[in-house]
Design a protein around this ligand. Structure first.
Ligand code: IMP
Length: 217
């Protein structure tokens, strides 16, 4: 039965596990949800496993990571996956965004270099793109739920800005003149793919909590 919640190394009780070893993502999630939903990350569980991400879709990868954690810990959990979809490249790099410029992955500079070279000669109006984040949540009964957030924009022909990460210095959201790497975290989170997906997920969790509270009154 999947009724337990995650018990962290420090014995603090968490309502669910975020299937990530990325401390930045965990912090961002906690900032968005505040204290309403108590979440622990994989390192809180003493887990440093590299969970396989070899599906061909964002949904597939997010579900695979969440299922891996649900099977191992028997607790409610969620995972996310993000991709940059560039129209002139038929949606690439998409699900392969992390490893686009270098097979080992996590080399943001190499990823941006490859993107710029693939888009060389493509005129500004044709450089449209979107970030898409999918969150997969497995609840206490083992039911699976998907949430999505996207932000439309376009890709510049050179980098601008020192904040942010990944493709941020090349991505200008629709209606903006700045890149994500020129905006502060708050402005980015307000419109970003991840911010939107997290808010959709958190709205769902708050509704579920409210329903449970009403049922136990
Ligand atoms: P992940 O699924 O969140 O690990 O994202 C996969 C890859 O997409 C990362 O390695 C980054 O290159 C890129 N990426 C994800 N989110 C963002 C973002 O908010 N800005 C820029 N690049 C991002």
């Amino acid at each position: 039965m999947r009724q337990q919640t995650g018990e962290t190394k420090g014995n603090a009780r968490a309502e669910m596990i975020f299937a990530t070893g990325n401390a930045h993502k965990l912090k961002e999630f906690r900032e968005i949800v505040g204290g309403d939903i108590v979440v622990c990350g994989l390192s809180d569980m003493g887990c440093d496993a590299d969970i396989p991400e070899d599906a061909e879709t964002l949904e597939g990868n997010a579900l695979a990571k969440a299922r891996w954690v649900a099977a191992r810990y028997g607790a409610p959990c969620f995972a996310d996956d993000t991709g940059l979809e560039v129209d002139a490249l038929d949606g690439r790099p998409g699900v392969h965004s992390a490893r686009y410029g270098c097979a080992e992955g996590h080399d943001a500079q190499a990823n941006r270099q490859r993107l710029l070279s693939e888009l060389q000669g493509v005129e500004p109006a044709a450089r449209t793109a979107r970030f898409r984040t999918v969150i997969a949540y497995i609840d206490a009964r083992g039911a699976e739920h998907l949430f999505e957030g996207t932000v439309e924009g376009h890709i510049l022909d050179s980098e601008r800005g020192g904040d942010g990460f990944g493709y941020d210095p090349l991505f200008v959201p629709a209606g903006w003149t700045q890149t994500f790497a020129e905006a502060g975290a708050d402005r980015k989170n307000a419109v970003s793919h991840r911010g939107r997906a997290v808010r959709a997920f958190v709205d769902f969790l708050r509704n579920e909590k409210q329903k449970n509270n009403n049922n136990t009154r």
